[in-house]
Write a protein that binds this ligand. Structure first.
Ligand SMILES: Nc1nc2c(ncn2[C@@H]2O[C@H](COP(=O)(O)OP(=O)(O)OP(=O)(O)O)[C@@H](O)[C@H]2O)c(=O)[nH]1
Ligand SMILES: [Mg+2]
Length: 667
């Protein structure tokens, strides 16, 4: 589905769907058509505010910043500087340029409407590690300050800890440097969020890139990066094309990336120009090596510098000018020559050679796929609602007509229907009882899956050997739990739907009433929310980040377990093992508790279904009662019928429009 569509199409159809929803709202009026308007409005609102987060990760110096620059067509992110680990940079479209820096203390610095060059310099001074401190593990010192809110005492213990954690040696010799660095550091000086809004020449305003600090030598990332990866709609792992074999990527996939993020992972091999002749071979090799980790159509070879040259040409800068930039000179000369040889248009050739022509459309399609299915969902719900409205109007018209013809017969008809509705209600309750016996209890499908799930993750938690693995498994567990809840609610819904369908047919024949539509999807969604109590995925994933910058939400549950200092005797020491053990125990305890709670919540979902069904039936009964009590002249009846017919016409027109819209984007 949606295979040929990209950002521009999405933007266009999104607008159309929002408009269709507005019309739906106005046509619907007070009629209850079974659609949960609140839930649908929220969905549409999310569409309006949706953002696409693209996390760009990779080893130090892999070419992450250059890659983003080449996509946003501006050389605004500093390259060739070492990005500090606590500093992620978010880049997105803004009409008026601004740079906002949030520090760990909560202090915010805002720079507005400055030139690209000034932003670039500012970013450099805020986000990168100063030259003189490159040989000390500044990140670990920062993390210490962030977690303890005080400067560490640089004693032998601490130095040993730094050496163990960072893999750097002989740090004792630079003790003065460690002290000097630490002395000047405080929460007020450690940036944790850097946002850059700029009027990029990029057709999709909802896109947000995140330039992540390099993953460390063993492929690990810190919590703050992890929470971004976890939320990202696409994760691009950047790696130089040679050597193709990458331990950091493998480790990144095996112990950082959750099962869910794995579905959004791309591998981008950069520096393709440097090994241009071998490019295809290396790409094939990568596809072969990583075949079991990532689908081959998510692996690309690109060269960011060539793309940047193309963008400059596009802006009208002549090659002779571009050549003056030392980092580009070599590539200009080589590829200009190659373009000549192959008889290609000079400008287009740079784009062609850059490899972005393959990557970009694929990335675009990938990113819009999920939102496109939300558009479809919204339209489907609206259609269901409209159809129910038509049913409702037709029923009313029939009643009005019978009222006109024979008043006595009309009253009888209403009574018959009311009686039918009462029966229907008790039938529904019977179905609920039946559902409860199937879905509750020790042998129910819910219990079986939950038990299996509990057992699996208990083992994984116990077996995990470091914090990173534990973090990943915990997140996997959370996602799996989501999935379990979703699937089981779906099963319940299916059960209801099937039963109600049978009842509905029977009632239509016997009592001449249509079974009212029930928005099961919305019931399912609100149940799920109640059960899992976490925000839905699409919306406001960015805003809450500051609050959680250091921990994942669930991580917070056992925040107390995270303090890295352990008191042994009278001395406070940094004991990683002890810390990890405590953390693991706390986590398992929490985990079991959460499942127990979830089970209870899940079962209360039945009450929720019951309430909803009762409400819908009651409303229908009330409507009939109103009709019964109203005395209408024939003239008024004719008028009402006319109005209802007009409504039906309008709705039918809208339905046709929606069908056309759908057939346009399902191609
Ligand atoms: N030829 C070529 N050079 C590249 C490419 N990507 C990056 N470079 C060069 O590689 C160097 C490092 O690039 P950066 O973009 O700073 O790398 P980074 O991953 O952001 O580095 P850190 O933020 O420090 O981890 C720079 O000199 C870039 O010009 C590429 O695709 N082709
Ligand atoms: Mg960088």
């Amino acid at each position: 589905m949606f295979t040929r569509l990209g950002f521009t199409d999405y933007k266009f159809y999104k607008q159309q769907v929002i408009e269709a929803f507005e019309i739906y709202k106005s046509l619907r009026g007070e009629v209850n058509d079974g659609v949960d308007l609140e839930s649908l409005s929220k969905k549409v609102q999310n569409l309006e505010n949706s953002q696409f987060l693209v996390a760009v990760a990779g080893e130090v110096k892999a070419g992450k910043s250059s890659f983003i620059n080449s996509l946003i067509k501006e050389e605004i992110l500093p390259t060739d500087v070492l990005q500090a680990t606590s500093a992620l940079i978010e880049i997105f479209y803004a009409k008026k340029p601004f740079l906002r820096v949030t520090y760990a203390s909560g202090r915010v610095e805002l720079f507005e409407e400055e030139s690209k060059e000034i932003f670039r310099e500012r970013l450099k001074s805020i986000a990168s590690i100063p030259e003189e401190y490159r040989d000390i593990p500044v990140t670990l010192i920062d993390l210490y300050i962030l977690e303890h809110d005080k400067v560490p005492l640089i004693d032998d213990d601490f130095i040993k800890y730094l050496e163990e954690k960072s893999g750097m040696e002989r740090l004792k010799e630079v003790k003065y440097k460690l002290e000097q660095y630490a002395m000047d550091r405080s929460k007020d000086k450690i940036p944790i969020r850097i946002e850059l809004g700029y009027p990029f020449d990029w057709e999709f305003d909802e896109l947000r890139f995140v330039d992540m600090p390099g993953v460390n030598a063993v492929g690990g990332v810190y919590d703050i990066s992890f929470s971004f990866l976890d939320k990202a709609n696409a994760v691009l792992f950047i790696h130089p094309i040679k050597p193709v074999e990458s331990e950091s990527f493998k480790r990144f996939v095996s112990s950082v990336i959750t099962k869910k993020s794995k579905d959004v992972l791309f591998l981008v091999l950069t520096h393709a120009a440097v090994f241009y002749e071998e490019k295809e071979r290396l790409l094939d090799e990568a596809k072969r090596i990583y075949g079991s980790i990532i689908s081959p159509d998510r692996i690309f070879a690109v060269d960011s510098v060539l793309k940047l040259i193309y963008e400059e040409l596009n802006k009208g800068k002549p090659l002779a000018e571009i050549k003056k930039d030392k980092s580009k000179r070599k590539w200009v000369v080589y590829f200009q020559d190659l373009a000549d040889e192959e008889g290609l248009d000079e400008k287009e050739a740079f784009l062609e050679f850059s490899g972005f022509k393959q990557l970009l459309p694929n990335l675009e399609r990938f990113l819009v796929e999920a939102p496109f299915s939300i558009l479809t969902e919204v339209l489907e719900t609206i259609k269901e609602g409209y159809k129910e409205q038509i049913n409702h109007y037709q029923e009313t018209i029939a009643l009005l007509q019978s009222q006109k013809k024979d008043r006595e017969e009309f009253l009888k008809e209403i009574e018959r229907r009311q009686e039918g509705l009462k029966k229907l209600e008790s039938y529904c309750y019977l179905v609920l009882e039946e559902a409860m016996t199937i879905f509750r209890g020790v042998h129910s499908p819910v219990e079986t899956t939950l038990n299996e799930f509990k057992f699996n993750y208990y083992e994984l938690f116990l077996k995990s050997s470091d914090l990173e693995e534990l973090r990943k498994y915990y997140r996997d567990a959370e996602n799996d739990l989501d999935q379990i809840v979703r699937e089981n609610l779906q099963k319940i819904t299916e059960f209801f739907k099937e039963k109600l369908k049978q009842i509905g047919e029977q009632f239509k024949e016997e009592y001449n009433i249509n079974l009212p539509k029930i928005d099961f999807k919305a019931i399912e969604e609100s149940c799920k929310k109640r059960v899992v109590k976490r925000e839905e995925i699409v919306e406001e994933r960015i805003e809450e980040l500051f609050e959680n910058w250091n921990f994942l939400k669930p991580w917070k549950w056992f925040k107390s377990g995270r303090t890295k200092k352990t008191v042994i005797g009278t001395k406070e020491v940094l004991d990683e093992n002890m810390f990890f053990k405590t953390l693991k125990n706390n986590l398992i305890e929490n985990f079991v508790e959460i499942i127990e709670k979830l089970r209870e919540e899940f079962y209360s979902a039945f009450d929720f279904y019951k309430k909803r069904i009762t409400l819908i039936l009651e409303e229908k009964r009330r409507g009939l009662e109103k009709l019964r009590q109203e005395l209408k002249s024939n003239e008024l009846i004719d008028y009402e019928i006319l109005m209802l017919e007009k409504n039906i016409n309008l709705i039918e027109g809208e339905l046709k429009k929606i069908d056309n819209l759908q057939s346009a984007f399902i191609c």
